[in-house]
Write a protein that binds this ligand. Structure first.
Ligand SMILES: Nc1nc2c(c(=O)[nH]1)N[C@H]1C(S)=C(S)[C@@H](COP(=O)(O)O)O[C@H]1N2
Ligand SMILES: [Mo]
Length: 222
């Protein structure tokens, strides 16, 4: 990544290597079935009260005057929004649990932002659109089926517990898709592209599951 110092680069390479090893080993897999109706914790998870920070080590600070969100691909109304027009859109709240593939879960997070239903109403995906790709300001990418994005609790989140999202947690804007492992919830979102074909993202091409349902322990591919 341009402009990144050596130490950050080494941290990043080591972290990526370690997480790829975990995927190859099948670390943390229990083979146990748990259901959201009867249990709070998906298999292999433990509850934490803090909120760990996980990313590739380079946290982009975006000047709100320069910040843009582009929504494009197979939509009737492609848009590029600046911060003012984004925050003029309606706000919604949802409360949900976070499940990270590194085994921590955090209960009852109150998020605020643009409901995905409202984003879809604005952009109007074409019938051929079946997948979504997120691209972030730190070059991270992740992918989802459109039907996993279009769930009632999913948001483009600006706030957590009533406060603006901090940079370390993805501010000014991150994706929240709570029913999947948290790596699917891209921080520092820059672009959302609707497509007919799936395009695996950063971790999805490095041994992590393409879908990522915590209740099914979809941690790794293969
Ligand atoms: N842009 C971006 N988004 C990202 C990541 C990243 O490295 N870059 N890491 C993912 C991973 S692996 C996790 S677990 C969560 C962590 O979010 P948090 O730091 O707010 O806990 O962000 C996800 N979104
Ligand atoms: Mo993660």
């Amino acid at each position: 990544m341009p402009g990144q110092d050596n130490e950050t680069g080494q941290f990043r390479d080591k972290l990526i290597r370690r997480k790829q090893e975990w995927a190859a080993e099948g670390r943390l897999l229990t083979g146990r079935k748990a259901r959201p109706e009867s249990e709070r914790l998906p298999p292999g998870q433990r509850e934490v009260k803090t909120w760990p920070v996980l990313d590739l080590g380079a946290q982009p600070r975006i000047d709100l005057k320069l910040w843009r969100l582009t929504v494009d691909g197979l939509v009737e109304n492609p848009v590029t929004l600046d911060w003012q027009s984004f925050t003029d859109l309606p706000q919604s709240e949802s409360v949900s649990d976070i499940h990270c593939v590194t085994a921590w879960s955090r209960y009852d997070n109150r998020w605020r932002g643009l409901a995905v239903a409202d984003l879809l109403e604005l952009a109007r995906p074409k019938p051929e659109a079946k997948f979504v790709l997120f691209q972030s300001y730190d070059t991270y990418t992740t992918n989802l089926p459109l039907e996993e994005f279009a769930v009632p609790d999913a948001l483009l989140a600006t706030h957590w517990e009533g406060e603006p999202l901090t940079v370390e947690h993805g501010g000014p804007l991150r994706v929240l898709v709570p029913q999947l492992y948290f790596w699917k919830s891209a921080k520092w979102i820059k672009r959302i592209t609707f497509a007919a074909e799936d395009q695996p993202g950063f971790w999805e091409v490095r041994g992590y599951h393409n879908h990522g349902d915590p209740w099914e322990e979809e941690r790794y591919s293969g």
